[in-house]
Design a protein around this ligand. Structure first.
Ligand code: NAI
Length: 386
């Protein structure tokens, strides 16, 4: 493949949308992508205005994703990859259409709203040879990679206990009834899927715990609750987890946890030590050796693993955060795509990337959580894909 930036298209992410903007920042940061086309909004006119304001040529601002697929596939300068930044229920049909037309895909989580669609999408990704990356944001942080490397190196010994939580406060009242766009579709089972907080943010926590420990989930038992009146999906979930090798876990996701802006936090306890990471202080990792004092490991210092260093941009003391973590995923996706196109092995930045199998596992996890809750919380279930 000629040496050039990847041509990126986007579906969703228009005016007033949340995550599309983060994708655009992330795609720009390391200079591997150029945004050239999009169907940015469910409202075509608003999407065209957004495109014009964002330097997208008028002939590449599309009224809908189907027109985008059909037009782009016939261009000589067609997009290489599309970022899907729309509500959950649209991910499957959009991803399927782009993959079938030969495009690579970067898809938001949860990958689909049903397990059936997740299986079909993963199979399509595998059989077509198209790259499908899923944006499990927290696996882009350097210190999360450091935690993963340290668990794998045996620094905390055999993992005994995993505590992972993702508390948010923004849906503590019925904002979906007061015109909040993001809350409106997240509380609609047809658009969000079966799991409320567990699908929206519990999937991040589940991925983070598995990513750092490398452990496979064996079974789970869940208790879901809906605290805000009029909501039909859970806004709080507690899930007990049993991992291979005997480790036990507890996952908490909540959209009603007042005082928490974005409190995703992971604590892993082994028989020789422990590691703790908190997203609101993402440049630090706390490590405690058995009988030792807690030590704060800071991003940017020399004694980090290669996977950590390669995802770190600024010297110690200059904070990095959310945008950089997201950009690490984008750089990994670019490397995976370019390496495949060039017929070479991908470099380090593409290691441990979340792909369609992680997306499938996330949807299977939500399904098992809701099944367990519906069966009275006492039933331990094994997700179909772990
Ligand atoms: P949002 O409601 O802010 O934005 C959705 C956008 O998609 C809007 O611009 C809307 O007009 C557009 N849209 C809807 N249907 C469309 C269609 N058929 N064609 C073209 N555009 C369409 O939603 P938000 O919060 O940005 O979430 C979008 C996705 O990102 C969800 O799947 C969500 O779970 C995920 N997300 C992921 C995060 C992460 O950390 N990775 C964080 C926040 C959201």
């Amino acid at each position: 493949m000629e040496k050039r930036r990847l041509r990126l298209g986007m579906v969703g992410g228009g005016d007033g949308a949340y995550i599309g903007g983060i994708h655009r920042f992330a795609a720009r940061l390391d200079n591997h992508f150029e945004l050239v086309a999009g169907a940015f909004d469910v409202d075509a006119a608003r999407g065209h205005r957004f495109a014009a304001a964002n330097y997208i040529p008028a002939d590449r601002s599309y009224a809908d994703y189907k027109t985008m697929v059909e037009t782009e596939r016939n261009r000589t300068d067609k997009i290489d990859v599309v970022a899907i930044c729309t509500p959950n229920h649209t991910h499957y049909p959009i991803a399927k259409a782009f993959i079938e037309a030969g495009f690579d895909v970067i898809c938001e989580k949860p990958m689909t709203t049903t397990l059936e669609d997740a299986i079909a999408l993963h199979e399509l990704a595998t059989s077509s040879g198209r790259f499908v990356g899923v944006t499990y944001t927290y696996s882009g942080y350097p210190m999360v990679h450091e935690a993963r490397l340290r668990v794998a190196a045996g620094d905390i010994g055999k993992v005994r206990v995993i505590q992972v939580e993702y508390p948010l406060e923004w849906m503590a009242t019925a904002i979906e009834q007061q015109g909040n766009q993001q809350a409106a579709w997240r509380t609609d089972p047809k658009k969000n899927g079966r799991g409320g907080s567990i699908g929206d943010i519990g999937t991040h926590a589940y991925h983070l715990a598995g990513f750092v420990t490398g452990l496979k989930l064996e079974s789970l038992s869940a208790d879901l609750a809906t605290f805000v009146e009029g909501r039909s999906l859970d806004d709080n979930a507690h899930v007990m987890l049993r991992y291979e090798g005997g480790a036990r876990g507890l996952l908490w996701s909540s959209q009603v946890a007042i005082g928490n802006s974005n409190g995703i936090r992971l604590r892993v306890f082994g028989d020789k030590g422990s590691l703790m990471w908190f997203q609101e202080q993402p440049n630090e990792l706390q490590y405690t050796e058995l009988f030792g004092l807690p030590v704060t490991i800071k991003r940017g210092r020399d004694d980090m693993g290669q996977d950590t260093k390669s995802r770190s941009r600024t010297p110690p003391g200059h904070p990095e955060g959310y945008i950089e973590a997201f950009a690490n995923l984008y750089s990994g996706f670019a490397e995976a795509i370019m390496a495949r196109n060039d017929g070479r092995s991908p470099g380090a930045s593409a290691s441990a990337l979340p792909t369609s199998y992680d997306g499938l596992k996330g949807v299977a996890f939500v399904d098992a959580v809701v099944d367990s809750h519906e069966s009275g919380s006492s039933k331990w279930l094994t997700p179909k894909f772990v």
